[in-house]
Design a protein around this ligand. Structure first.
Ligand code: FES
Length: 322
């Protein structure tokens, strides 16, 4: 079986699959070589083992603790990657993964007081780090608040019984759950909140709200996972984008990335890492002004030909795109 893309050189075999909640599954993978990663990191997965489609998923397992490498994935309606991984991939199949990536990890935090805040599938790096902290920093004081839609949506429900955790359910809260959403009142009950390092992962609006609330309560050390990005409404004015093939004109506000401009206008684009690392969002700009903060994976010739990474490209004028 040949590697579909040099970006995903790690071949893994699916050992077993476990359903966590009605729409979330954990795939346990065997890697025959040593695969280096850090708790909380993610990998790109080659969808359908093809070069063109890469998606980023958190490695929900924990190095030095978990028996298997695991991916925990929510099935999204119409999600090409999550649909394939959760509904079609079977035990014994092979997947191809990239090197582990990302800096949302706790192994470089000096503070022994942490507050981990997760919502929905954002709990995957949080559980990875929670296990890591239990094994390698047993003295650490770790508080976790995990928000879900309803009690049946608690991912890793059995495993959470080993760790102190506050569960918050928006609907149908039963015994053991606080009802509603995460509020400043719930946050205020966390001992020594202001002196803790706070790390959060979940949908972007949740992380933004959490950031505002904990900062208002005096938290200064705050980290959030970055690859969950909201898709904005399509703009009707601002910078103008003229796409030649297929022909289309669309708009996006000044200050958005080219990737955000594509996504808000429903222009097909692959975006796996959203951080200028994987190269999947490569796009050619024919004319116009832009600033870039990453050219990783692009060759000198491609840069000379106007190729950019859409996630790392900040348009400064109207653009014409190939
Ligand atoms: S999405 Fe990975 S480089 Fe843009």
């Amino acid at each position: 079986m040949t590697m579909p893309t040099p970006k995903c050189p790690w071949r893994m075999q699916v050992h077993h699959i476990r359903q966590e909640t009605p729409d979330v599954w954990t795939l346990s993978l065997l890697c025959h070589d040593y695969y280096p990663y850090r708790a909380g990191q993610y990998a790109l997965v080659s969808i359908r083992n093809s070069a063109g489609q890469l998606r980023a998923y958190t490695l929900s397992s924990t190095p030095g603790v978990s028996e298997y490498l695991t991916l925990t994935i929510r099935r999204l309606d119409g999600g090409a990657g999550s649909g394939w991984l959760t509904q079609e991939v079977k035990r014994g199949d092979y997947l191809w993964l990239s090197d582990a990536q990302g800096d949302f990890t706790c192994d470089n935090q000096r503070n022994d007081k942490l507050l981990l805040l997760a919502a929905g599938c954002g709990v995957t790096p949080v559980m990875s780090m929670r296990r890591w902290l239990a094994k390698y920093r047993p003295q650490a004081d770790v508080q976790v608040i995990f928000s879900v839609r309803s009690p049946e949506d608690v991912i890793f429900a059995d495993e959470w019984q080993q760790y102190p955790v506050t569960l918050v359910a928006e609907h149908n809260a039963t015994e053991g759950f606080l009802a509603g959403r995460l509020t400043p009142e719930i946050l205020r009950r966390v001992p020594d909140l202001a002196s803790r390092t706070v790390m959060t992962c979940g949908p972007a609006p949740y992380m933004e709200q959490v950031e505002k609330e904990v900062r208002a309560l005096g938290v200064t050390q705050f980290f959030k996972e970055k690859f969950f990005t909201p898709v904005a409404e399509a703009a009707t004015s601002g910078l103008r984008f003229t796409k030649l093939e297929p022909a289309k004109t669309f708009f996006a506000p000044v200050g958005t990335t080219l990737l955000e401009a594509f996504e808000s206008n429903k222009i097909a684009v692959n975006a796996a890492c959203r951080a200028g690392v994987c190269g999947s969002c490569k796009t050619q700009v024919v004319s116009g002004e832009y600033q870039i903060n990453s050219t990783m994976t692009l060759t000198a010739q491609e840069i000379a030909d106007g190729y950019v990474l859409a996630c790392s490209c900040h348009p400064q004028s109207d653009l014409v795109l190939a």
